[in-house]
Design a protein around this ligand. Structure first.
Ligand SMILES: Cc1cc2nc3c(=O)[nH]c(=O)nc-3n(C[C@H](O)[C@H](O)[C@H](O)COP(=O)(O)OP(=O)(O)OC[C@H]3O[C@@H](n4cnc5c(N)ncnc54)[C@H](O)[C@@H]3O)c2cc1C
Length: 469
């Protein structure tokens, strides 16, 4: 493709330069490197970085790319864990972070309209100022974008009660690689006309369309929040307690789990005085509601559920004031940063199993890994069966990588056999595309490929993601 591609790129670049402000385009080598990595630690090298500030400029960038057949790699904050935004192969990184207006906060209709570059935490903050709540809360909310969250169908801490990103998206305004702009979905809460394209686009990982604007569902801000940290001496007790909580007739707003290696990883990273030395597992539990009594009642019911088995619960700490609640959250929120210090390289998987099967899954996982490689760090959003399984390695040339990869493939087969998914929330991107066939049937794969062709006939939107070229 090279000579022909270079000609097309040159023509594209020249035309784009006439249409976009100069500061929206960069071919600077530093930018080409910086905008070609994400949290997955994969590395590409884009030809051009385009950072438009207006929806019209995004449309122009995409439409011209369609006409010149130049690959476009949409990018939010680059916090993705499956290399979704990485330009593998040649093309243009479309950095949407500057398209960041909150267009509307509609108190009467409990709705927000936001551009894709709005940082999720910023939307949460703005909604709160109006007594409203954007309930979706990925661990990366402080820096990831609404567009990236929608493209990945991000989950997070509160998905157990409020659902993942797809449960908060009412409508989308998009541009296709043909340059066509369209709105899909409704401003109303209800609407079932035709196929649900919104649901299809959520989680499409930048491969079907580029989002220009999203209409999002808000709810009244819960006035009361109560948090508890439960520490256990045995991992299996924490896992049983989690299942017991769900069966106790309470849906917590968060139910996070950290296993033995996870707690040790955090302990090595920083001192957390409230963490008992004998604790080998922990649950971070939260309840919210409009009435204080409700949160008190729910937390009490969840404590009772944790008191399963003799000596199971080592320590129970509870808080209602924001500052104290944040201290309890410290243990869980230290997890992601502690992983960066745990080893030079990691193979990190995010899987999902039906929530009542979590204890069984973890036992099978530990047995499956056995002694062949170091046991993984296990933690996750347990309330909805989402578990992060991270294998820590010395570096990209670690001798045990083939054995880990073999184990990972077996874990995926196990997960699917239990009715789960090989990706709970981080997406397929580059890193999981070779495993698609473990979960999806030939019929599903065929339909999905046809959908991709219908949306993106030139195949220029995020090529190589989800699908192996
Ligand atoms: C510390 C940490 C904690 C995390 N915690 C969670 C968590 O709890 N739950 C969770 O689900 N994830 C989590 N993540 C992963 C990540 O933050 C999410 O996947 C997030 O949704 C990515 O958003 P982003 O803006 O960084 O998107 P990027 O990484 O830039 O892009 C992600 C995907 O979105 C596409 N994309 C971006 N913008 C658009 C657009 N406007 N139109 C079309 N496609 C677009 C890209 O092409 C790419 O495929 C975490 C990551 C980190 C580093």
């Amino acid at each position: 493709m090279d000579d022909d591609y270079s000609q097309r790129l040159k023509a594209y670049y020249e035309e784009l330069r006439r249409e976009l402000p100069a500061e929206a385009m960069s071919t600077d080598d530093a930018d080409r490197v910086i905008y070609s990595v994400d949290a997955s630690k994969e590395q590409g090298f884009a030809d051009v970085i385009v950072s438009p500030k207006t929806q019209d400029d995004v449309v122009t960038t995409v439409a011209l790319a369609g006409r010149h057949r130049i690959p476009i790699f949409p990018r939010g904050a680059g916090s993705g864990m499956s290399a979704g935004s990485i330009p593998m192969g040649r093309g243009v990184v479309l950095n949407l972070a500057k398209l960041n207006r909150i267009v509307k906060l509609d108190v009467a209709n409990l709705t927000a309209v936001a551009e894709p570059g709005v940082v999720t935490g910023k939307l949460q903050e703005e909604a709160e100022k109006h007594g409203l709540f954007y309930a979706s809360d990925p661990g990366s909310a402080a820096f990831s974008t609404i567009g990236g969250n929608i493209a990945e169908n991000a989950g997070g801490m509160r998905a157990v009660k409020y659902g993942s990103t797809r449960d908060h998206v009412l409508a989308l305004k998009c541009v296709l690689s043909t340059g066509e702009v369209f709105d899909t979905g409704t401003y109303s809460l209800m609407g079932v006309t035709g196929y649900d394209l919104v649901r299809l686009l959520v989680g499409s990982e930048g491969t079907l369309a580029v989002f220009l604007e999203a209409t999002l569902k808000l709810i009244p801000l819960p006035k009361f929040v109560r948090t508890a940290l439960a520490q256990f001496s045995r991992e299996e007790d924490a896992l049983s307690a989690s299942a017991a909580i769900i069966q106790a007739g309470v849906i917590p707003r968060a139910l996070e789990f950290m296993g033995e290696e996870a707690l040790n990883c955090v302990r090595r990273y920083r001192e957390i005085p409230l963490l008992k030395p004998e604790a080998n597992a922990a649950l971070l539990i939260e309840s919210d509601g409009a009435v204080d009594e409700v949160t008190r009642h729910e937390i009490a019911a969840m404590k009772e559920a944790c008191e399963v088995g003799e000596n199971a619960l080592l320590a129970w700490m509870e808080a209602q004031e924001k500052e104290q609640r944040e201290t309890l959250w410290d243990v869980r929120k230290s997890m992601s940063p502690s992983l960066y210090e745990a080893g030079a390289y990691k193979i990190a998987e995010d899987i999902a199993v039906p929530r009542a099967s979590v204890r069984e899954f973890v036992a099978k996982l530990r047995e499956l890994v056995g002694e062949r490689v170091r046991q993984p760090i296990i933690y996750g959003h347990l309330g909805h069966g989402s578990i992060h399984v991270t294998f820590v390695l010395e570096g990209k040339d670690d001798q045990s990588i083939p054995a880990v990869q073999e184990a990972v493939e077996e874990v995926f087969k196990l997960v699917v056999s239990m009715g789960g998914s090989i990706s709970a929330e981080h997406g397929i991107g580059l890193t999981k595309r070779k495993y698609l066939g473990i979960e999806l049937s030939p019929t599903e794969l065929r339909l999905m490929r046809e959908i991709k062709r219908a949306f993106d006939p030139a195949g220029i939107l995020n090529p190589g993601k989800i699908w192996e070229e």
